[in-house]
Design a protein around this ligand. Structure first.
Ligand SMILES: [Zn+2]
Ligand SMILES: [Zn+2]
Length: 238
């Protein structure tokens, strides 16, 4: 691989498309906020590399982004200050810290990332993330299915596990999971068998509130049991 391709490859791996042809920099930024790449013993400006990717040569002046996407390093948006004047020309550094949109922050909150993780990924203040988290009502410590399961079950005599949590339609255990109201039996079934349940998931043990994964059956399991019973005991007239 040639020198040029090696550094361009490194550049690509430090970027993430941001939509509309913009490109975010996920690599290092110096104190001035300039995206830089350490390669072969020295630091290179990411925008200079972007400019070189687009034009095949180094800019005469400074490399700067011509778009309004904060911190963009898209080669197509990289220009030479000696040729194209910088837009806006703020007194701050050429590459100001990108300021992500509320929607970007909210999307990561829904993926259950922490305030710090989101702050780091989007280069924004964790305090701002926390404020948006409160607005959405998303708890700061993600509650896992296992955590909810432990809080809503207890062992019962006979090897059963009783659901002590919420019921839907009177008798169906219900749980909030990944933003949906769903059946803990369905989730437990899928985890035990490694396949989604088909039809209703009900305890085959005869203990009504049971959610013990090994006691749960879906429709194909009930059908198979019925045919096994039929083979052993003969068809029972309906
Ligand atoms: Zn751009
Ligand atoms: Zn049971």
């Amino acid at each position: 691989m040639s020198t040029r391709n090696a550094i361009e490859d490194l550049f690509r791996r430090r970027t993430r498309p941001a939509g509309d042809g913009h490109l975010n920099w996920t690599g290092y930024r110096n104190k001035k906020g300039t995206a830089t790449l350490h390669w072969n013993g020295s630091n290179h400006s990411a925008l200079r590399i972007a400019y070189r990717i687009r034009t095949g040569s180094d800019p005469i002046g400074y490399a700067h982004a011509t778009c309004e996407h904060p911190g963009c390093v898209a080669p197509k948006h990289a220009a030479d200050s000696a040729v194209t004047p910088r837009r806006g020309h703020h007194t701050g550094p050429i590459n100001r810290q990108p300021n992500s949109s509320d929607d970007q922050v909210k999307a990561l909150l829904r993926e259950e990332l922490s305030d710090r993780q989101i702050g780091k990924r989007l280069r924004t203040s964790p305090k701002r993330v926390a404020a948006l988290r409160a607005e959405l009502g998303i708890p700061s410590r993600p509650v896992t299915f296992e955590g909810r399961w432990d809080a809503n079950t207890e062992p019962a005599d006979g090897g059963h596990i009783r659901w002590t949590g919420r019921f839907r339609a009177g008798s169906n255990p219900a749980i909030a999971h990944e933003g949906r109201d769903t059946s803990p039996r369905r989730i437990a079934f899928e985890r035990l068998h490694g396949r989604p349940a088909v039809g209703r998931v009900l305890p085959g043990c005869g203990y009504g509130p049971c959610v013990r994964p090994e006691h749960l059956e879906d429709q194909p399991m009930r059908d198979q049991l019925a045919s096994q019973y039929a083979a052993i005991f003969g068809e029972v007239a309906a």
